[in-house]
Write a protein that binds this ligand. Structure first.
Ligand code: PEP
Length: 257
């Protein structure tokens, strides 16, 4: 099955308003009409509306970096899924490793966020990935399977098509050291097999599994060519329009092969 690649940029806590608008404008100009693959950008919350305005007539979708699971109320600092819909977000990242390991988010919390996102009609990107110590201890498959299984608790087969999974080994995020295509493919294939066990083989074939962790123009082609890598979640390189566009162009080449 040919799955449409998704290249998503996670801007993290970067850019000013003007930089965010300039970056988005540059992307619209360079890759805004591409239809062969899906493109998304996830700016910081305060710039969602401004970036949304810039990309609104392009094929670039808007995503958020996080969400809360309640509808509204006394949750200081949190942002609801309905608010993200209101800001025209399509995607939302759930369980990014920086939220797991810096903020301390648990699988249970991430699962609640994911369920709420789906209920509101958003497309969550569930991030999973092992720490370096876990890889060195031979625990990668166990850690990642647990994160996938717990993250998807209560997600029915009927709505599973709205979920994207991103395998992001923590040791590869922001370090410049990417997983090799073999290392990534091994884990991504395991995730797809697990989805087949939890749901069925049709869903396993449909679901997009992205790779994230130091994706850049120089390694994008070999990573995106792996059979179980259906796109990339890009951090650092998504802040430079030229680099992000080059990754998108590598994705285009792969999807045309
Ligand atoms: C990320 O933030 O999801 C990420 C993969 O970052 P980087 O590309 O900078 O490693």
């Amino acid at each position: 099955m040919q799955r449409k690649l998704l290249i998503a940029g996670n801007w993290k806590m970067n850019t000013t308003h003007d930089e965010a608008v300039a970056l988005a404008s540059s992307l619209v100009e360079k890759v805004g009409t591409i239809e062969e693959l899906d493109i998304a950008v996830c700016p910081p919350f305060p710039y969602l509306f401004a970036v949304g305005e810039v990309i609104k007539n392009s094929n670039i979708a808007l995503g958020a970096q996080d969400v809360f699971y309640e509808d509204n109320g006394a949750y200081t600092g949190e942002v609801s899924a309905a608010m993200l819909k209101d800001a025209n977000c399509k995607f939302v990242i759930c369980g990014h490793s920086e939220r797991r390991h810096i903020i301390g988010e648990s699988d249970e919390l991430i699962n609640r966020k994911l369920l709420k996102s789906i209920a509101e009609g958003l497309f969550p990107i569930l991030c999973v990935g092992e720490l370096l110590t876990e890889r060195q201890a031979g625990e990668t498959m166990e850690v990642v399977s647990q994160q996938v299984t717990r993250g998807l608790e209560g997600v029915s087969a009927a709505v599973m098509k709205s979920v994207t999974i991103a395998y992001e080994p923590v040791w590869a995020i922001g370090t410049g050291v990417n997983a090799t295509p073999d290392q990534a493919e091994q884990v991504q294939a395991m995730i797809r097999q697990l989805i087949g066990q939890i749901y069925d083989s049709t869903i396993a074939k449909q679901i997009r599994i992205l790779y994230g962790g130091s994706v850049k123009p120089s390694n994008a082609s070999e990573l995106l060519a792996c059979p179980d890598i259906d796109g990339a979640l890009v951090g650092g390189a998504s802040l430079k329009a030229d680099d992000f566009c080059e990754i998108i162009n590598r994705g285009l080449e792969v999807s045309r092969e």
